[in-house]
Design a protein around this ligand. Structure first.
Ligand code: ATP
Ligand code: MG
Ligand code: MG
Length: 545
């Protein structure tokens, strides 16, 4: 662990030292109403990370108290994400819905203590009665109901005798509390809806403020870590546990800053809209900040955890630059993946003075990376280079092939341009070139200095691949809505060419296509007949340009 502990670990250590807790128990408590995103990854890293660092454990709990939005497919996606990131929850997955009976008993107990009541005000009046920050609120006349009446109404609410919104159960706290959340917060509401696990048993569902603290208590959670927007809910958290007089050890809530990243959205509501309205191709669309999307794009679990670590745990909200996430994956892949040659936009080059074929033995990894492995790169008279690695009228500082400037074909020979062939529209269709037989990479005796070495593929043996090039999903830093979507966030290149070893030998799933960036064999659409690669991220510096 790093020397500079974050404030959560500082709290945990203090609580262990003082003997407040013998064991640390945390939980990751998502609502299964969407696929988890990189913000959840941060929460996963914190909760599971703290449990691991202090020999405790972390529960995975589905906070499933809203029947209208939840689904098993989201439960599966959440389990998947936690495991993929390399963490294990203790025992079975927990569900708040498994605690509904116990929660209901506690609600009855609060009623019996005169600490909760059934309110029947309409929504608007209720809002009006809450008051404002400067004005105290006003308590509902229904707060005068007797314990017997409240118990009876609550039971009938539970049994489905009333319509949605007709009554609610409220805690009786303080209608003039400076913390507005403490003005008799809602504990239960009526919802006639089928719950994906509890079925039709319940017509009432607990609110977050009632269900969350008690679920933590049931599980013996010690540190209930949540995001900053729940800061004002902490008073209710403590009120519920204290008022019920629950035996220690009891959990305490601690807040940290929510992760936000620019050029994307993180709210599940907005992500759901993008998926449902088909602005993207499903929850695992590689443009999304979902864990499934990042995973399909080619991000590794290590890169995501390193990113979470690098941004630290703060107490004030801020937005992180997406470049920091991109740095993390580049940094991780740099030392891991083979380098190969791929041409995204092929331009044919015929080397008129070359006859026959040969193979170059080229290393997969640069010298500074301690990994072994080479492949055979076939070469012959007809090759392809990247279209923009040739310029007929080069701008100043252009280092690649021009009518007057030679270039090295990476791992092969130096070539010069002899003739440019164009079609009727003036488009360049082919370059006729000449190679220097004494310039073979590794045994070059020519003394010729070239300014760059470019990637190429052999025409006869190269394989056609599809490449999906992703750009930012939104075109502005702080996107507001659909109007900010980047119309060019996905570019599909259907006739890129790659050297054969990548397809036939499959040395890895992720590659650096030299001078292009990092790419990942799409785990779903890739077939040997139609190989598909996703661009993960570009290179920081493209050498030779
Ligand atoms: P959203 O607003 O995207 O729906 P949420 O907070 O409602 O998110 P939950 O499924 O309830 O999503 O969150 C599960 C856990 O993940 C919570 O503890 C929450 O605090 C944490 N979490 C969610 N989003 C972020 C984020 N952007 N940064 C850090 N933690 C997050
Ligand atoms: Mg939530
Ligand atoms: Mg939410």
């Amino acid at each position: 662990m790093s020397e500079h502990k974050d404030f959560l670990r500082t709290i945990v250590e203090k609580d262990l030292d003082s003997g407040k807790y013998k064991n640390i128990i945390t939980r990751f408590p998502p609502e299964p109403n969407g696929f988890p995103h990189i913000g959840h990854a941060k929460s996963i890293a914190i909760n599971f990370g703290i449990a691991r660092d202090y020999n405790g454990h972390c529960n995975l709990r589905m906070d499933d108290t809203n029947p209208t939005t939840e689904d098993t497919k989201y439960v599966e996606a959440l389990k998947d994400a936690v495991q993929w990131l390399g963490f294990e929850w203790k025992g079975d997955v927990r569900y708040t819905s498994d605690y509904f009976d116990k929660l209901y008993e506690w609600a009855q107990e609060l009623v019996k203590m005169g600490k909760a009541y059934v309110d029947s005000l309409d929504e608007e009046t209720m809002r009006e009665y809450r008051g404002t920050i400067t004005e105290p609120g006003k308590r509902s006349k229904y707060a005068e109901r007797s314990v017997e009446e409240n118990l009876d109404l609550l039971e009938r609410m539970k049994n489905g005798e009333f319509k949605d919104g007709e009554h609610v159960l409220r805690a009786k706290i303080d209608m003039s509390a400076p913390n507005m959340k403490m003005r008799d917060p809602l504990m239960y509401r009526i919802r006639h809806a089928h719950h994906y696990r509890a079925g039709d048993k319940w017509a009432i569902y607990p609110m977050y403020d009632f269900g969350h603290c008690l679920s933590d208590y049931i599980e013996g959670v010690t540190h209930s870590i949540c995001t900053l927007e729940f800061e004002n809910n902490r008073d209710i958290y403590d009120w519920v546990i204290n008022t019920l007089g629950l035996e220690p050890p009891r959990p305490y809530q601690h807040e940290f800053a929510r992760l936000g990243i620019n050029y994307t959205v993180m709210s599940k509501r907005k992500l759901l809209e993008l998926v449902n309205e088909k602005y993207v191709n499903g929850w695992d669309d590689p443009r999304l900040p979902t864990i499934a999307g990042l995973r399909r794009r080619g991000y590794t679990p290590e890169s995501i955890l390193n990113f979470c670590e690098s941004i630290g745990i703060a107490k004030a909200n801020s937005t992180v630059d997406v470049a920091q996430l991109e740095f993390a994956i580049r940094d991780d892949l740099n030392t891991k993946v083979p380098r190969v040659m791929c041409v995204l936009e092929p331009l044919k080059v015929t080397i008129e003075n070359y006859e026959g074929t040969e193979e170059f033995d080229a290393p997969y990894y640069p010298e500074d990376i301690p990994k072994e492995g080479t492949r055979a790169v076939p070469f012959s008279k007809e090759i392809y280079i990247e279209r923009d690695d040739f310029s007929e009228n080069p701008p100043k500082g252009y280092n690649r092939l021009t009518p007057d400037q030679a270039v090295r074909l990476r791992s092969a020979y130096i070539i010069t341009c002899k003739e440019i062939i164009k079609d009727a529209n003036g488009e360049i269709t082919e370059i006729i070139a000449e190679y220097n037989p004494d310039s073979k990479s590794g045994s070059d005796t020519t003394g010729i200095k070239v300014k760059s070495a470019i990637q190429w593929v052999d025409a006869a043996s190269s394989k056609k691949i599809e490449v999906r090039v992703y750009d930012r999903l939104y075109s502005c830093e702080n996107p507001d809505g659909l109007e900010d979507l980047n119309p060019d966030s996905l570019k599909v290149i259907r006739d890129a060419l790659i050297e054969p070893a990548v397809i036939t030998d499959k040395p890895d799933e992720r590659f650096q296509f030299e001078r292009q960036g990092y790419f990942y064999a799409d785990p779903i659409d890739y077939t040997d007949k139609n190989p598909v690669f996703n661009k993960i991220v570009g290179l920081k510096d493209s050498w030779g340009k």
